[in-house]
Design a protein around this ligand. Structure first.
Ligand code: DAK
Length: 260
C-alpha cells in the first residue's frame, strides 16, 4: 500500500512505522490514523515481519498529539467518528499478536502518549516528553489515555497527569514505569532495533502467545488468566518451534525457529 502521512519500512524481520508529518510535529489527523491502522494490519498479515517499531519523523517529536487544527471545528458527530477511528487504530496495535515497541524520540503528548501506550513497551530518547494535556484544551483524552495510563503507571499517578495536564520528562517517565529505558537520541533506533532483533530471534508463536496471555490475562480474574496461560502453553506443544527449541537445547546448539 502507499501512504501519504506515514512511512512503513522493513529491515530484516522488523517493520518500522514512522509518523511522517514533521511540520506539525507528527500530529494525528484522521487520515494519519487510518493509515496507521492499515499499516499495522499490513504488518500483522506479513509473514516476513515479526516485530513492529513505531516512531516519529525528525528528532523533535514522536507525536505531539491529535491534530488540533483538524479538530478545532469538528462537529460532535465528526468528533465521535474521529475518536472511534483513533481508538480502533490503537486497539488494533495493542491486540495484534505481533509485538510492538514505541521508540519515543521527543514529544509524546495527548494522542502521541496514547499511541506510545498502545505499544507493548516504550523506549525513550533523553529529549522525550510525555503528557496528556487534553484538559487544558477543554477535552478528555479520546484515544484510550484515560484507560491505558492508569493500567501502566497506576491510578494515582495517572490521575495526577490527567487532571494537571502536566508534561513530564524522560527520567520521570522512567521513574513511574511509563518507559523501560532512556538512551541518547542518536542511539534510540539502534537500541530499539537491537531489542526487536532479540525478540525476533525467539520462537515467534511463543512470543505471540506470551503477548496474548499477558493481554487477555490482565482483563480477567487470576483463575481464568491461569487457564488462558495453560491453554496457550499447551498449544505450543503442537508447534515445530517447541520441538526444535527443546531439541536444540539438548543437542547444545542454537535453535532454528521457523514460526511453525
Ligand atoms: N496539532 C496540530 N499542530 C501541532 C500540534 C498539534 N497537536 N502540535 C504542534 N503543532 C504544530 C504547531 O502548530 C506548529 O505549526 P506552525 O505554526 O509551524 O504551522 C508546529 O507544529 C511546531 O510547533 P510549535 O511551534 O508549537 O513548536 P514548539 O517547539 O514551540 O512547541 C509543543 C512544541 C509540542 C510543546 C507545542 O507544539 C504544543 O504544545 N503542541 C500541542 C500539544 C498538545 O496539546 N497535544 C495534545 C493535543 S490534544 C478525542 C479524540 C482525540 C483526542 C481527544 C479526544 N475524542 C474524539 C473524544 C486527542 C487529543 C489530543 O491529542
Amino acid at each position: 500500500m502507499t501512504y501519504q502521512n506515514i512511512l512503513l519500512e522493513k529491515e530484516g524481520r522488523i517493520a518500522i512505522l514512522i509518523i511522517n508529518r514533521p511540520k506539525a510535529l507528527n500530529a494525528l489527523n484522521q487520515d494519519t490514523l487510518l493509515e496507521i491502522k492499515a499499516a499495522a494490519m499490513e504488518v500483522e498479515a506479513d509473514p516476513e515481519v515479526d516485530v513492529l517499531i513505531i516512531t516519529g519523523a525528525g528528532d523533535k517529536s514522536f507525536v505531539a498529539g491529535a491534530d488540533i487544527a483538524y479538530m478545532q471545528n469538528l462537529t460532535a458527530v465528526e468528533g465521535r467518528i474521529f475518536g472511534a477511528v483513533g481508538q480502533a487504530a490503537f486497539r488494533f496495535i495493542e491486540a495484534m499478536e505481533k509485538p510492538s515497541i514505541a521508540a519515543v524520540n521527543g514529544f509524546a503528548l495527548g494522542g502521541g502518549c496514547e499511541l506510545a501506550m498502545c505499544c507493548d513497551f516504550r523506549i525513550a530518547s533523553v529529549n522525550a516528553r510525555f503528557g496528556q494535556p487534553e484538559v487544558g484544551l477543554g477535552i478528555t483524552p479520546g484515544f484510550g489515555g484515560t484507560q491505558r495510563l492508569p493500567r501502566i503507571v497506576g491510578p494515582g499517578m495517572a490521575k495526577q497527569l490527567l487532571y494537571t495536564a502536566e508534561v513530564i520528562d524522560a527520567s520521570e517517565a522512567l521513574r513511574i514505569g511509563l518507559v523501560n529505558k532512556i538512551v541518547a537520541s542518536e542511539d534510540l533506533m539502534d537500541t530499539v532495533k537491537k531489542i526487536a532483533r532479540k525478540i525476533a530471534s525467539n520462537g515467534q508463536i511463543a512470543v505471540r502467545y506470551s503477548k496474548v496471555a499477558a493481554n487477555e490475562g490482565a482483563q480477567t480474574d487470576i483463575d481464568r488468566a491461569m487457564t488462558i496461560e495453560a491453554d496457550l502453553f499447551g498449544l505450543c506443544f503442537s508447534t515445530n518451534d517447541q520441538k526444535e527449541g527443546m531439541t536444540a537445547f539438548l543437542e547444545k546448539r542454537k535453535p532454528t525457529f521457523t514460526g511453525k
